[in-house]
Design a protein around this ligand. Structure first.
Ligand code: PTJ
Length: 249
């Protein structure tokens, strides 16, 4: 059903676009998700649709944080579920993290569709339906989380998150890992570990790092976390994007 010529120079990007379209058709992704994807694509185009070295460093720090966590939760929204469902299940397994559906535009139908979709991709337990916890300082629907999920987590991965929610989660004192192609977004700016990379490249690369670090000591993992410089990573990403504006194709 996906008809993209493999020799097209932007094959990966077109494939990603189709997955988002499919997500909308299946009731997983919101229509606003299409707009978010377009925004992300523009930044990714300028980055050269690659994982820049500072993003790779952030992905390694994210893997270390997830492995060090007492209770890590990977937050899943409609875009992420459409793009990397199986890859998220793998990351959760590799790091012992839990999955929680956590929507900006929350509807019961979309919550259930995403839970089912993740289960089809091999997830055991998916949190988010209990919604018995709240993120302080957010309006009612947007504040909902599971009290024994994101509510209790010490480390959260929040990909493609809305700025208000990313800031409110960070204010709860959680270690926040954000995936966002816009290094200037409030989400990226409020993250302990901002990953400026496409989610389709970021998640498998965090998993790869987690596999490599599976036998590392806590000291070694803490060393990776301490060495990571979030300000430098954000600055490097912004520089790469500015250079992208002047680059000839
Ligand atoms: O499913 P829901 O209801 O939870 O809604 C999800 C969206 C993404 C629609 C919602 O959270 C939203 O509106 O997000 P924003 O404010 O548009 O922010 C999304 C950010 O993710 C933007 O900065 C985009 O540049 C970035 N982005 C979009 N696609 C990707 C991306 N970053 C990484 N990988 C992508 N594929």
């Amino acid at each position: 059903d996906i008809d993209v010529p493999e020799d097209h120079p932007r094959y990966e990007s077109l494939l990603t676009r189709h997955r988002i379209e499919d997500g909308v058709e299946k009731g997983i992704t919101s229509r606003q998700g299409l707009i978010a994807q377009g925004r992300g694509e523009a930044f990714d185009y300028l980055l050269g649709e690659r994982t820049i070295p500072s993003a790779d460093a952030a992905e390694r720090a994210a893997a270390a944080q997830l492995l060090l966590a007492d209770h890590a939760v990977l937050s899943v929204n409609g875009n992420v579920a459409a793009l990397v469902p199986g890859e998220l299940v793998e990351l959760a397994e590799e790091t012992g993290a839990e999955l929680e559906v956590n929507l900006f535009n929350r509807t019961d139908e979309r919550m259930q569709a995403i839970v089912d979709h993740l289960r089809e991709h091999g997830a055991d337990e998916v949190k988010g339906l209990a919604a018995d916890g709240r993120i302080p300082n957010l309006s009612h629907e947007r504040a909902k989380v599971d009290s024994d999920g994101i509510g209790d987590a010490d480390v959260v991965l929040v990909p493609l998150e809305d700025g208000d929610r990313a800031e409110a989660l960070a204010a709860m004192g959680k270690v926040e890992i954000v995936v966002d192609l816009n290094p200037m977004s409030r989400s990226a700016q409020s993250a302990d570990v901002p990953i400026v990379d496409n989610i389709v490249r970021a998640v498998p690369n965090v998993t790869r790092h987690a596999r490599e670090l599976a036998d590392a000591s806590r000291e070694e993992l803490q060393g990776i976390v301490d060495e990571f410089d979030r300000e430098a990573a954000l600055a490097a990403a912004e520089r790469a994007i500015r250079e992208g504006v002047g680059r000839d194709e």
